[in-house]
Design a protein around this ligand. Structure first.
Ligand SMILES: NC(=O)c1ccc[n+]([C@@H]2O[C@H](COP(=O)([O-])OP(=O)(O)OC[C@H]3O[C@@H](n4cnc5c(N)ncnc54)[C@H](OP(=O)(O)O)[C@@H]3O)[C@@H](O)[C@H]2O)c1
Length: 320
């Protein structure tokens, strides 16, 4: 089968389109014929050798890819919740051999039935970003109907899901991104939009229940500003787990009894509820560009910029 592998860590030149053996699913695994894979910043990070958290888990050669959408072609003897032919989406084996490949074997519990009303390309844009958004808002962020949430990086993969999830659960959503994404954020349902290029959010916002920083920016001074707009006892959640809170951030959190948290790990069981929201039309998957598998390097170059609107997708097999 065709796959995008790396045999060494480095720039986009280490991405190789190779022929490798099709994997065989273990008893608790499914084999998925992968039609599309999401492209995530973390794929670029892994390609480069990973961060302190991921590095110990990375083994070469490695097939990249954290999001898969496809059809089950084989099931392990212990798998009871799927059958051959099911259309599924999920996050296979993170951070092991992933979805930039025509077939992927992964634990069945890392997958759910794909939303019926979207294509494989769209479905591949969902799992990782949506699971991080879900965990950040509802599990770590404890967001409830009627609360005010400020979402930074709201136009990106994680952010665009976060805006729609928070709205669907009845929160008041204030979202920020750069000037070119202001109208986009209104279209996906933000109640108020802040243009971080021309406005200082810390002069405009007060008494926020939850700040969810879903931006690609790693800056503790920006975190201090975000904490200043929270109510006492509020919650600050960052997606950038590889960039720890510094002493000043920890002091600012403690001083006003604000909980500071980082999103780490995904709970795959949330994929079924996310699929339901998509099928009900409450959440739209925004795919800004689909790249054929041979253009994986271009996809990575775009992802690394940290300004993707919605998701980038790698098409592995063209859907009829
Ligand atoms: N914890 C986890 O498990 C996990 C998993 C996946 C990803 N991540 C991390 O989450 C972050 C977001 O990932 P993503 O895939 O959603 O990225 P993305 O699609 O590239 O989106 C990045 C977002 O950040 C905004 N942004 C960029 N520069 C900014 C700045 N200087 N100030 C404020 N906002 C800025 C962008 O808005 P504009 O384009 O309008 O500037 C965009 O909304 C990344 O850093 C990624 O590494 C964490």
């Amino acid at each position: 089968m065709k796959a995008i592998n790396i045999n060494e860590f480095g720039g986009t030149e280490v991405l190789k389109l190779v022929e490798i053996e099709r994997p065989i699913p273990a008893a608790d695994e499914i084999l998925i014929k992968v039609f599309a894979s999401g492209v995530n910043l973390v794929d670029c990070g892994i390609r480069n050798g990973g961060n302190d958290i991921l590095r110990p888990f990375l083994k070469l050669p490695l097939t990249l890819g954290c999001d898969a959408a496809g059809i089950i072609t084989e099931i392990g003897s212990e798998v009871k919740n799927f059958k051959i032919g099911d259309q599924v989406y999920g996050c296979p084996n993170f951070p092991g051999n992933g979805s930039y490949a025509e077939y992927c074997a992964a634990k069945a519990n890392q997958f759910a039935l794909k939303p019926k009303n979207i294509t494989f390309n769209e479905a591949a844009g969902v799992p990782l970003a949506a699971l991080v958004a879900w965990a950040g808002l509802f599990e770590l962020g404890e967001l409830k109907a009627g609360q005010q949430v400020f979402i930074q990086g709201a136009s990106g993969g994680i952010g665009s899901f976060a805006v729609q999830f928070a709205k669907s659960k009845g929160a008041f959503v204030i979202a920020s991104a750069s000037t070119g994404n202001v109208d986009f954020l209104k279209q996906i349902g933000a109640d108020e939009v802040i243009d971080y290029k021309t406005q200082n959010f810390n002069e405009l916002l007060r008494e926020i229940d939850l700040v969810f920083d879903a931006s690609s920016l790693r800056d503790n001074n920006e975190r201090l500003k975000a904490i200043s707009v929270l109510k006492n006892g509020g919650i600050f959640v960052s997606v950038n787990v590889d960039f720890p809170f510094n002493e000043k951030v920890n002091e600012a959190l403690a001083k006003r009894n604000i909980k500071g948290k980082m999103v780490a790990g995904q709970k795959h069981e949330n994929l079924a509820e996310i699929a339901k929201l998509i099928e009900e039309g409450k959440v739209t998957v925004i795919v800004s560009k689909v790249y054929p598998i041979a253009q994986v390097a271009e996809a990575h170059e775009e992802s690394i910029k940290g300004h993707v609107r919605g998701k980038l997708v790698l098409e592995i097999i063209k859907e009829d």
